[in-house]
Design a protein around this ligand. Sequence first.
Ligand SMILES: [Zn+2]
Ligand SMILES: [Zn+2]
Length: 149
Amino acid sequence: MPANEKTPASVYGAMLKPEEAEHELRGQGARITAQRRAVLDILHGNRTHPTAEALVDEVRLRLGCVAPGTIYNTLETLVKLGFVRRIDGLEQKAHFDPDTSDHQHAICLQCRTVWDVGPVEHPADVPAGFTVLNTLIQGICGRCAHKTS
Ligand SMILES: [Zn+2]
Ligand SMILES: [Zn+2]
């Protein structure tokens, strides 16, 4: 397979490629500033499913200062371009995932850790013609369960 061929989105574990994303951002007229580069850098290989706020904090740690608007903007553009998946509904805040492959998520409602999980079986009584876009699993992780018991 040629090195520049895009990994199909259906392969579980396909990750955002910073160089590719940078190229596309440029194509959208975005200047590649230190902040934008930091966002790509932080998201690269990242499996923590950060919220926008968590990303802003990370960029601030690296660069000392940050304009949250720029970060939100960059995230939005990356989602629009298909490099990052926005996960709504796990909790009030959206989480962001640079792994755009077909997978689902489980969140611990106590420590708010998010895990990647494989495709979830759809309930048998989903109405005919109904396309399931998202399955969310909310629970308490083993560590938190242990702490409270
Ligand atoms: Zn937990
Ligand atoms: Zn994920």
